[in-house]
Structures are given as structure tokens and as C-alpha cells.
Write a new protein. Structure first.
Length: 65
């Protein structure tokens, strides 16, 4: 499932756009783009997949005993 949050780059109608904010209204999600007045349904946007790993990474200790 794509995650839309402010600052994420998306493709809309063949153009690269930036997400301004997301609104949930009447059980429907609408995405507002920077510089546009009308919200867009998330189905009309293309988001590049985010990379994640299933490999365990040890956390660096930032404190000492």
C-alpha cells in the first residue's frame, strides 16, 4: 500500500508532483498537491515503491553503562 505524506514525490498525469497534505473526509482519502487547488484521489497517483529490508541490522548503542 502506498504511503502518501507531505514532501513525497508522485506522478500525476505524466508530471512529477509533490504531496502537500492528505485529508480523510467522509471515509475517503484525498491527496492535495503543491500548487494545485483541487485534491486528487490516490488511485490517480503513481508512487515509486520504497525500499525496505528484511535483514536484521544491529542498533548502535548511544549510551554507556
Amino acid at each position: 500500500m502506498p504511503v502518501f505524506k507531505p514532501g513525497v514525490r508522485v506522478m500525476h498525469a505524466g508530471r512529477s508532483e509533490t504531496v502537500s497534505h492528505v485529508v480523510l473526509r467522509r471515509r475517503e482519502m484525498m491527496v492535495h498537491l503543491v500548487g494545485r487547488d483541487e485534491p486528487v484521489k490516490p488511485e490517480r497517483l503513481t508512487l515509486t515503491p520504497t525500499m525496505f529490508t528484511t535483514e536484521r541490522r544491529p542498533e548502535v548503542l548511544s549510551w554507556f553503562l
